[in-house]
Ligand binder design. Structure first.
Ligand code: FAD
Ligand code: MG
Ligand code: MG
Ligand code: MG
Ligand code: MG
Length: 536
């Protein structure tokens, strides 16, 4: 049995329950959480508030349900119904929680302190800065919008990341229509103002373009009948297709639908410059083209926040693009710091790095060879520690060990065959090609937050019951199964109440009912704040 035992946990909880005043000298460990987005909030919702002294720091005092942000840009959904105040969430939980509306600008792992700054006025030093120390730090600060240093983007484009962004976009769309209506403009100028450009054909850009199209054709056409025919929406994507992370059927459907809707999908074009009046894009065949526009939304991808880059430099991760954790979500080479959600990626251990050790652990009888049974006995543990093995077996349609052995040993049917280390290496030599980074999605962030809370809730228990998954490489400190992502599906609302859904098992569905499925994915992980409880 590789699961941590739960008996110890019950004892710990009973103890905490019956001892509201902890004995003299007992001090709860300080957990500091940075960020109140998907990862941070899900962590907090699931953390046992009796076990820790928790401090939450975020420049935003609310959680935002990001999947609905594109709908906020066009007024389909009100801003207040996509947010939930963090203090309300914490208050419901009870326990030792503190929240400070501030941003962390430096992590000091050597002294276990973080430097924070509030923009709400000053303290005695006059700068609104303060220090917070931690026993455990949970970094859940998400990512920033990435301009890839394209000139003019920051100054001239909208991003779509925060609730404020969505509100600004909404105002800007209306401004463009009002400007285009002014009496002294010529047709050319009206067209310019009514040219809406979306840069980036990922899920966010596509959904925004679809929302905007519906807004323009269904609502604004009635309010601005005389200029309605001058509206143009362009979607610019550098790759050959939009929605490349989805199944081809969805990509094709989306491109066709946008074509019918009159959205100008420009694939294979890279935006190289944005000025106040024009967007310059590039294509090997056409060279540079500058197109006048009224409003542009930039949605091409995400990058690492500067203070996280600085933290990475301090801990020897300077050569990486994204903060790396191990499979237990612990920041590599840095004690007691964890990272979840968009701000980090899991650095999955490679089988080939550990192959000799795996062989040694599996070879129980020390015969120097592995039997089918010896491999069988350890396979579940290998799957847990190295999920790429299972993916590999699936991708090659290998039916279990016998097949795997055949690939190591050459063509043999005999079950009694044993593998030596070289043959074992050969059988597994390609499995690491199946290591994939998890996508930057709310689903991943929420599951990581939940997983980490479970680990924190059991930390004490685990220290008393040093069991857990098999300790390949003698990793004695890992007493929990590593984080495993459960993919519940991916959704792309395409406008006109059409939503494409790609569910596990390559199931693709396009139509009205998909919308419902889409909501259910989040309903299971995070309660919706639909009663309009939000205040910003
Ligand atoms: P975030 O949710 O971004 O939270 C980061 C938190 O950290 C915020 O509270 C922020 O204020 C705080 N913070 C920032 N800087 C600091 C600092 N210096 N100190 C302290 N705190 C800080 N995913 C899906 O799965 N499905 C979807 O349909 C979907 N739609 C999306 C639509 C839009 C418009 C956007 C922008 C994203 C969408 N996503 C979707 C992606 C999803 O929102 C992200 O993957 C998710 O928010 C990541 O969670 P996180 O907690 O890592 O970061
Ligand atoms: Mg977060
Ligand atoms: Mg969020
Ligand atoms: Mg991540
Ligand atoms: Mg043996």
């Amino acid at each position: 049995n590789n699961r941590p035992t739960f008996t110890g946990l019950v004892v710990v909880l009973a103890y905490a329950d019956s001892q509201p005043d902890q004995p003299q000298g007992f001090k709860k460990k300080k957990v500091v959480v940075l960020g109140t987005g998907w990862a941070g909030t899900t962590f907090l919702r699931n953390l046992d508030s009796k076990l820790y002294d928790v401090q939450v720091i975020s420049p935003r005092n609310y959680f935002a349900f990001t999947p609905l942000l594109p709908s906020v840009t066009c007024g389909t959904v009100e801003p207040r119904s996509v947010v939930e105040p963090i203090r309300r969430i914490l208050e419901k939980k009870g326990g030792d929680f503190k929240f400070w509306e501030a941003e962390c600008f430096k992590i000091d792992p050597a002294n276990k302190k973080i430097h924070c700054r509030s923009n709400m006025g000053t303290n005695l030093d006059g700068n609104g800065e303060f220090l917070v120390d931690y026993d455990y730090l949970v970094v859940a600060v998400g990512a920033r919008s990435n301009t890839f240093n394209t000139p003019g983007v920051t100054e001239n484009c909208h991003f779509l990341k925060e609730v404020e962004d969505a509100q600004k976009i909404r105002r800007s769309v209306m401004d463009c229509f009002e400007k285009a209506s002014l009496p002294y403009l010529n047709e050319e100028e009206r067209k310019k103002n009514l040219h809406f450009v979306v840069v980036g054909g990922g899920p966010t850009g596509v959904e925004f373009a679809a929302e905007l199209h519906d807004f323009v054709t269904e609502d604004l056409s009635k309010l601005y009948p005389s200029i309605q025919h001058l509206v143009k929406i362009s979607l610019i994507e550098a790759a050959d297709h939009i929605l490349t992370m989805f199944d081809k059927r969805i990509t094709n459907f989306a491109e066709d639908k946008f074509g019918r809707d009159g959205i100008d999908v420009k694939t294979g074009y890279k935006v190289v410059k944005v000025s106040k009046d024009a967007i310059t894009m590039q294509n090997p065949a056409t060279g540079d083209i500058a197109v006048p526009y009224g409003m542009a939304v930039w949605s091409t991808g995400i990058g690492t926040r500067p203070f996280v880059v600085d933290f990475m430099k301090q801990i020897g991760q300077a050569n990486r693009r994204v903060l790396a954790t191990d499979e237990w979500l612990r920041v590599r080479e840095c004690d007691d710091v964890y990272a979840v959600g968009d701000c980090a990626t899991i650095n999955q251990r490679r089988v080939m790095e550990d192959i000799s050790e795996i062989f040694r652990v599996a070879d129980k009888d020390k015969s120097g060879t592995l039997t089918v049974k010896e491999i069988q006995d350890i396979l579940e543990d290998i799957y847990v520690r190295y999920p790429q093995v299972k993916l590999y077996m699936k991708s090659k349609q290998l039916n279990g060990i016998a097949d795997l052995i055949r690939t190591g040993k050459g063509d043999t049917e005999k079950e009694s065959v044993e593998l030596n280390i070289e043959e074992f290496k050969k059988a597994l030599s390609l499995v690491d090609s199946q290591v994939k980074n998890l996508p930057a999605t709310a689903q991943v962030a929420a599951q990581q937050g939940q997983y980490l809370a479970t680990c924190f809730n059991k930390m004490q228990t685990a220290e008393q019951n040093p069991e857990g998954p098999i300790r390949i490489r003698g990793e004695g400190r890992h007493r929990f199964n590593p984080f495993r992502y459960r993919h519940l599906g991916q959704f792309a609302p395409l406008g006109g109440e059409q939503t494409a859904a790609q569910l596990p098992g390559d199931w693709v569905s396009i139509g009205h009912s998909s919308q419902w499925l889409w909501y259910s994915v989040y309903a299971t992980t995070n309660k919706l704040a639909h009663e309009g409880t939000g205040d910003i």
